[in-house]
Design a protein around this ligand. Structure first.
Ligand code: BGC
Length: 624
């Protein structure tokens, strides 16, 4: 059992619990500070039920500012709806507790939360505990500040967890329900990546750090702990799921309160795995050469989405000794997969892989692609006990743990003092063996993990599913099958407001596409990197004229029936073989002599000749 050492300074009241008195919390004054203590709110089974959730005003202001730049009023209105949604506050390093250049501190947020709590309606504050020694052991983009050493663990306890607990245990916050997501990716990495040296090194510190966090956080009856449980595309196979449930139980058993130290689990944190695949509802269905789950995309994993995964995991947890009341959260901040590339019907192909690839709404190149995936959209809005979700999933809520618009990692090396490294999974030009030797499908030009990434935010809002604006808090998408194994719902089609064309149509108010610009002159460098039936193209457009452009529109034609699937840094559209890339809202001005780098992912059917003729604002460009 942990001792509390010298940590009494900021702590006015200390709630103490032992395994034997798990529910009998006792408030113990540690100093003579005269603050009037209100008894912390009694613990409830599902903290989200009947509650509001905290809206982070700093993040909301960033979203509001993006809305002012959106150009298109409809898009701006959708962004403003997004700005009103609750998102989690991440304590991603020690300095985040007091506040740093990247955000306000914990006390600021808790005080704001007090202001948002009105009347007797409970308020849930979503908090992310994310600073373990040796953090992100299998990746680089979110490596942290603490080394996987005894000294790192000591700092985690005394400089990170203890000050957070001190702040939370101020009696004035006793009526706020603190829902803590505990250490994304940490325990799951010990299941699948224990052969990696860095994860081996981190393993004991992850276990001890998580135990310590649980012991300390669960001294307050208004705190709810949710352990990160990866997502279906990571742990869905029984060979991963069963050991994961056992590891969670093993860690719980080391804590002071045992199973009672964990209120629930949160899946899909900062990931983009859908709730379910509306057109692939039976993993065992036979198509062509085998069962759907044996297709390349699923690699025999039976769980195609988070509703299946939460149900699967819950049953394994109960078998390990967790109570049936253990609740589940799903991060739906970026798992919507709407927009122009969303399939509208089940495939008619008899080739298994084609059938799966044409039917799935998850448009990633591989389910292991986690960094800023192109084409992802915002998913269900945060909501408690979502209607229509299977009872077996035991959902407490859909939540937005990853604030939409914040990057997962930089697409290039960016020096920083947070310990974050360059992970090539965030580099769109990188072919990764972790993704069956495919390009990562990451959005280009991404900033460091956690930084605002407006280009990605715009896509997330445009590709939201359900489409944002269909109501203040719409019930779950009708395409989510109530139980993941029931028959498909092929008649459900996307909202008619989603453009049915396979490319993004430009919004006339955003980018006027002038036909001719007298005196315009330009040069274009087009490079493509092809594989099987896909390619990524980079296009450098230079204004070689003598005057600046305030908006621009590039046109070219494909010779072999190629199609643009997903573009960036411009508004892409295609009509027949002709492709138009109009400036995005933020890069319309192009100085004389200035260049802009744009690009897209495309599809081809064998031959992929580069276009040879380009026009910019009507003027023919030199190529090369
Ligand atoms: C980053 C954190 C950030 C969080 C939320 C993580 O990937 O490493 O620094 O706070 O995302 O955006």
């Amino acid at each position: 059992m942990s001792t509390h050492g010298n940590r009494t300074a900021g702590r006015r009241w200390r709630a103490v619990a032992t395994a034997a008195t798990a529910t009998a919390l006792v408030a113990v004054p540690l100093t003579l500070t005269s603050t009037t203590a209100t008894a912390a709110e009694a613990h409830v089974d599902n903290p989200y039920a009947g509650a509001k959730q905290y809206v982070n005003p700093t993040w909301a202001a960033t979203v509001e500012s993006a809305a002012t730049r959106a150009g298109d009023p409809a898009l701006a209105a959708q962004m403003r709806t997004v700005a009103q949604q609750p998102t989690a506050v991440w304590m991603d390093r020690i300095s985040a507790i007091a506040g740093n250049a990247d955000g306000n501190g914990l006390k600021f947020h808790l005080d704001e939360a007090l202001k948002q709590k009105t009347g007797s309606t409970p308020l849930v504050f979503n908090l992310v505990i994310y600073n373990l020694p040796g953090r992100d052991c299998y990746a680089l983009a979110s490596n942290g500040e603490l080394p996987a050493t005894d000294a790192g663990l000591a700092r985690y306890k005394t400089e990170y967890i203890d000050p957070i607990v001190d702040m939370l245990s101020d009696p004035k916050y006793g009526d706020i329900r603190i829902a803590a997501t505990i250490e994304p990716d940490s325990l799951p990495n010990l299941i699948t990546n224990s052969s990696e040296a860095a994860c081996q090194q981190s393993a004991p510190y992850y276990r001890e750090g998580v135990k310590y966090a649980l012991d300390e956080l669960k001294t307050m009856s208004n705190v709810y702990t949710y352990i990160d449980a990866a997502h279906s595309g990571w742990l869905g196979w029984d060979s991963n799921a069963a050991p994961a449930a056992k590891l969670f139980a093993d860690v719980a058993k080391t804590t002071r309160l045992g199973f009672a130290s964990i209120d629930g689990f949160v899946t899909n944190t900062a990931n983009s795995t859908p709730l379910a695949e509306p057109f692939l509802t039976d993993p065992n269905k036979q198509v062509g050469s085998g069962q759907v789950r044996s297709a390349k995309f699923y690699e025999w994993n039976p769980d195609f989405g988070e509703l299946a995964w939460t149900a699967h995991l819950h049953s394994l947890l109960v078998a390990e000794g967790f109570p049936a009341s253990t609740g589940m959260l799903i991060d739906t901040s970026r798992n919507g997969w709407g927009g122009p590339n969303r399939p509208t019907a089940v495939s008619t192909s008899t080739n298994l892989d084609t059938y799966v690839d044409e039917s799935r709404i998850d448009r990633r190149v591989h389910r292991g692609a986690w960094c800023n995936p192109l084409g992802a959209g915002i998913g269900e809005l945060p909501q408690a006990t979502p209607a229509g979700a299977p009872a077996a999933s035991h959902l407490d809520a859909y939540v937005w743990i990853k604030p939409p618009g914040e990057s997962d990692g930089a697409s290039k090396e960016i020096p920083n003092d947070q310990g974050k490294s360059f992970d090539r999974m965030c580099d769109p030009t990188y072919v990764s063996s972790k993704l069956s030797n495919q390009l990562t499908g990451a959005t280009p030009d991404a900033p460091l993990a956690g930084q605002w990434f407006e280009a990605q935010f715009v896509t997330l809002v445009k590709n939201a599913y359900p489409v944002i604006g269909s109501g203040p808090n719409p019930s779950p998408t009708p395409t989510v099958s109530p139980t993941p194994t029931v028959s498909p719902t092929p008649t459900v089609s996307p909202s008619p407001t989603v453009s049915p064309t396979p490319t993004v149509s430009p919004t006339p108010t955003v980018s006027p596409t002038p036909t001719v610009n007298p005196g315009a002159s330009c040069s274009v460098k087009y490079t493509a990197n092809s594989w099987n039936s896909g390619f990524t193209a980079s296009v450098k457009v230079t204004n070689t004229g003598s005057s600046a452009l305030s908006s621009w529109s590039l046109k070219f034609a494909f010779a072999n029936g190629q199609t643009v699937q997903q573009g960036w840094s411009a508004t892409w559209s295609q009509s027949g073989s002709t492709v138009t890339a109009a400036n995005a809202a933020w890069n319309g001005s192009l100085a004389a002599g200035g260049s802009v780098d744009i690009g897209f992912n495309g599809a081809h059917s064998g031959t992929n000749t580069a276009p040879t003729s380009f026009t910019l604002n009507g003027a023919t460009c030199t190529v090369g």
